[in-house]
Write a protein that binds this ligand. Structure first.
Ligand SMILES: Cc1cc2nc3c(=O)[nH]c(=O)nc-3n(C[C@H](O)[C@H](O)[C@H](O)COP(=O)(O)OP(=O)(O)OC[C@H]3O[C@@H](n4cnc5c(N)ncnc54)[C@H](O)[C@@H]3O)c2cc1C
Length: 308
């Protein structure tokens, strides 16, 4: 079971230093995180949207330790929004944020994260787009949902993410499947204990289907975040059965994973959004991508061995 070991390593400072400094890491990282700066990511946004895809942009950097870093995170998103404004893409380019990066884990973090994320949501609304709050480990979720609810009072289009592996999520989905709400359902990418989360892949998939059904039959806007071909086919079935038109839900996948499937779904007339992460502090995001598919780790290790 390599996945849990890689997720444990994603929390290790020593591993972070080793992996981040290795020169051979770069090409493997670039597959998932195609740029370090806003200048590098803007041409990618142009390219994806020209191909009929939509994007959600994530500035990576979840492991902050100071209030100043939380302000820098806010400013990085504000700069991104300024650059997106010039492209005039509206909600074809939205943002995903991790509240940890906005200071959620620091002292007084709930209020700090809310104060940091609000101007970002405001600026996004001003250019006709939205922000989605990513789901992190289960200890952060009550705070994330409370911030989501607070933001939705003024910006009802603010989205959030729910994770099928958590026992709590069916109840969250019922609460969130209300008119105007935008909810991304994913399997879940963190190492969670058996007290709060299914550990078995088949159980997670079954929960994912139950939750999709709740979202599709509800009144909100479901965002199906998965690369799993079976779940994508079931999503299409559930949407048809619920009488949803193609623009009444969307698919989302990560940059660098199953790119041909992004184009196939878009060509079928689906809204297909590519989650595109960029920035210098990519370690946590990168390690979760390795944990999802151990073959990625083998590829990474092989490239380290052959280049040394
Ligand atoms: C748009 C989007 C946003 C997300 N946001 C969050 C979030 O906020 N919080 C959170 O906890 N998780 C998030 N995730 C990650 C998610 O929880 C899963 O870890 C990830 O999507 C893998 O699950 P899967 O549904 O693709 O199914 P899997 O069963 O893991 O994968 C299905 C198939 O997809 C391909 N695949 C999947 N992952 C990889 C990979 N890393 N490299 C290469 N191929 C791969 C493989 O072919 C695999 O067989 C997000 C995922 C997406 C797509």
């Amino acid at each position: 079971m390599l996945g849990p070991a890689i997720l444990a390593a994603s929390r290790s400072d020593k591993m972070r230093r080793i992996v981040s400094a290795a020169p051979v890491t770069k090409p493997v990282v670039n597959r998932f995180i195609p740029g370090e700066t806003v200048d590098q990511v803007i041409p990618i946004v142009r390219d994806l949207t020209r191909k009929g895809l939509e994007v959600t942009l994530d500035v990576v950097g979840e492991d902050i330790t100071t209030v100043e870093q939380s302000h820098a995170a806010r400013d990085a998103y504000l700069e991104l929004i300024e650059r997106l404004a010039a492209l005039g893409l509206g909600d074809k380019a939205e943002m995903s944020v991790k509240l940890s990066m906005f200071g959620q884990a620091l002292e007084g973090g709930h209020e700090l994260a809310l104060a940091n994320v609000r101007p970002v949501v405001e600026a996004a609304a001003a250019i006709g787009t939205t922000v989605t709050l990513d789901a992190e480990d289960h200890t952060t979720l009550d705070s994330m949902f409370a911030i989501h609810e607070e933001l939705r009072r003024d910006f009802p289009q603010t989205g959030c993410v729910i994770q099928a592996y958590l026992f709590r999520t069916e109840a969250d989905a019922r609460r969130l499947a209300a008119a105007g709400s935008r909810v991304r359902i994913v399997k879940g990418a963190y190492k969670e204990p058996a007290e709060v989360a299914y550990q078995d892949k088949a159980e997670i998939d079954k929960a994912y289907v139950r939750i999709m059904r709740i979202l599709m039959e509800g009144e909100g806007y479901p965002m199906i975040g998965s690369h799993d071909p079976r779940l994508i086919a079931i999503a299409q079935e559930l949407a048809r059965a619920a009488g949803r038109k193609l623009d009444e839900y969307e698919f989302q996948m990560l940059y660098g994973i199953r790119g041909e499937e992004h184009l196939r779904l878009a060509a079928e007339g689906h809204r297909m959004r590519v989650y595109t992460a960029y920035g210098t502090d990519w370690y946590g995001y990168f390690m979760r991508r390795l944990a999802e598919k151990p073959a990625n780790l083998l590829f990474f290790l092989r490239s380290m061995i052959t280049k040394n």
